[in-house]
Design a protein around this ligand. Structure first.
Ligand code: OOG
Ligand code: NI
Length: 264
């Protein structure tokens, strides 16, 4: 486990940029070389004991993060929690897990076989959250998972790493609205997730979000390479609650659509 939260995020970022070439370009475009404040990052896993949500969460809780919200995505068969750090300038963390037992016996058997290959000691190592895949996987198995759950296929192929970073538009100089951000992105050739509209949420639910569609990169499988969606970039604008403090939670109906940023 890391002992320094800034170092953990720096390592997550380095790995994420390698998986997501467009992230460096978006970062430069919006930040113009200045530091960008991250609203949150997100991680994905399976709910089998060895690698479940709490195994990932331990890496953050040991750095002072506290669980703050629970979410359930019935159609996608996912549960999630979000975590906050006492230092509000640190990114929030959104961790989801696939409810493996709700899928077909075939998917359950595949996922169990993948997780059986994980060395339990690796799950508490410093680098676990940016260590990628811990199993061998062939293309046909990836495709079998994809037929049932895009999320399952993504975790199987991409493994443990940040699924996205999120620019805090509240902290971004020179841009006020998410619509402006989206225009800048589209003018520069980036493809946005438009499931349910480019902007998810509203001032009424105190959170607006948009995201790019995931980059497509060549991933190595045991029997060759295949170009598949990797990771994406998200943009979040938060609104104040009645007490004047910015809302810090997530909005399940919006999150449900953000998950689709890794659809092929
Ligand atoms: C997480 C999707 C939800 C948000 O900000 O609502 C999310 C994922 O795609 O793993 O990030
Ligand atoms: Ni997100």
């Amino acid at each position: 486990m890391h002992t320094d939260v800034n170092q953990l995020f720096a390592s997550l970022w380095d790995d994420y940029v390698e998986m997501t070439p467009s992230a460096a370009k978006v970062h430069q475009l919006l930040g113009k070389g200045e530091p960008i404040i991250n609203d949150h990052i997100a991680l994905r896993t399976f709910n089998l004991d060895k690698v479940n949500l709490s195994v990932l969460a331990n890496h953050f809780e040991s750095l002072g993060y506290v669980a703050c919200g629970d979410y359930h995505f019935e159609a996608k068969k996912l549960k999630a929690k979000h975590f906050e750090h006492p230092d509000a300038t640190q990114p929030k963390v959104f961790i989801s897990e696939l409810l493996v037992e709700e899928f077909s016996p075939q998917l359950q058997a595949i996922v169990k076989d993948l997780v059986d290959q994980v060395d339990v000691a690796a799950t508490t190592a410093d680098n676990f959250l940016y260590s990628g895949r811990h199993w061998t996987l062939d293309i046909a198995t990836y495709e079998a998972l994809l037929a049932e759950s895009e999320y399952a296929a993504w975790v199987a192929a991409i493994g443990y790493r940040a699924n996205h970073f999120t620019v805090s538009i509240n902290h971004l100089a020179g841009v006020e609205t998410l619509a402006e951000v989206n225009e800048i992105l589209k003018d520069n050739g980036f493809v946005l997730n438009c499931v349910g509209g480019e902007i998810k949420g509203s001032p009424e639910v105190l959170l607006e979000q948009s995201s790019t569609m995931a980059d497509k990169i060549a991933v190595s499988f045991s029997d060759g390479q295949k170009t598949i969606p990797s990771c994406f970039y998200e943009f979040a604008l938060r609104y104040p609650k009645a007490n004047g403090e910015l809302y810090t939670g997530f909005v399940a109906a919006s999150a449900d659509k953000i998950f689709e940023s890794t659809n092929s």
